[in-house]
Design a protein around this ligand. Structure first.
Ligand code: ADP
Length: 182
């Protein structure tokens, strides 16, 4: 599915984010930035050791780790994407602990960093909805609303892709996008 929000193409597609040829792909990382399971593991596995090397160097200036909602950037290593933006989404613990705002912040920080680095095309996974347990219906609305708000205020990004790992997530994001553009 495709839509336009303020001249930016929004694409929802099934698949594997590590295959995307956008300028950057976003990693749903954890504060340690040392890799992990899920999409994080897949990105490091396919991108090779250069990504971890840069993550380690970033960690030297962030001894406590990357705070939830913030984002940093490394090389894409051997990936087709030139850059990987690492952000940390919130762990779901019922929804009363600021999870929606923190999830929105993770998307916003990633988009701000993309703009700052002059990146025109960016792919996102469904941040927080795997190991971090955020319900995908709620997360999809936060993700797409945050993107839409960002694009109303900021020009310069040409395409934002959401790469969904299973058909149920794809359907859920499609419903959320339909709600927002109508
Ligand atoms: P988090 O810890 O933020 O929940 P996960 O990596 O556990 O991050 O899951 C986030 C989402 O990424 C989940 O929906 C998961 O199915 C999906 N995912 C896992 N591997 C990939 C991949 N290679 N490409 C795109 N999405 C993926």
């Amino acid at each position: 599915m495709e839509a336009r929000i303020c001249n930016t193409r929004i694409t929802l597609l099934p698949g594997d984010i590590t295959e995307q040829e956008t300028d950057a792909i976003v990693n749903a990382a954890n504060p340690g930035l040392m890799g992990g399971g899920g999409v994080d593991g897949a990105i490091h596995m396919k991108g090779g050791p250069e990504i971890l090397k840069e993550c380690k160097s970033i960690r030297r200036s962030l001894p406590e780790g990357l705070p939830t909602g913030e984002a940093v950037i490394t090389t894409g290593g051997r990936l087709r994407a030139r850059k990987v933006i690492h952000t940390v989404g919130p762990v779901w613990s019922g929804g009363e602990r600021g999870e929606p705002e923190l999830l929105a912040k993770a998307y916003r920080s990633s988009l701000e960093l993309s703009l700052k680095m002059g990146l025109k095309t960016v792919s996102f996974p469904s941040i927080s909805t795997g190991a971090y347990g955020y319900p995908v219906e709620k997360a999809s609305r936060v993700a797409l609303r945050t993107v839409a708000e960002f694009l109303k205020k900021n020009k310069g990004i040409e395409e934002i892709r959401f790469v969904l790992h299973n058909t149920n997530d794809l359907k859920t994001y499609e419903n959320a996008l339909t709600e927002i553009v109508h």
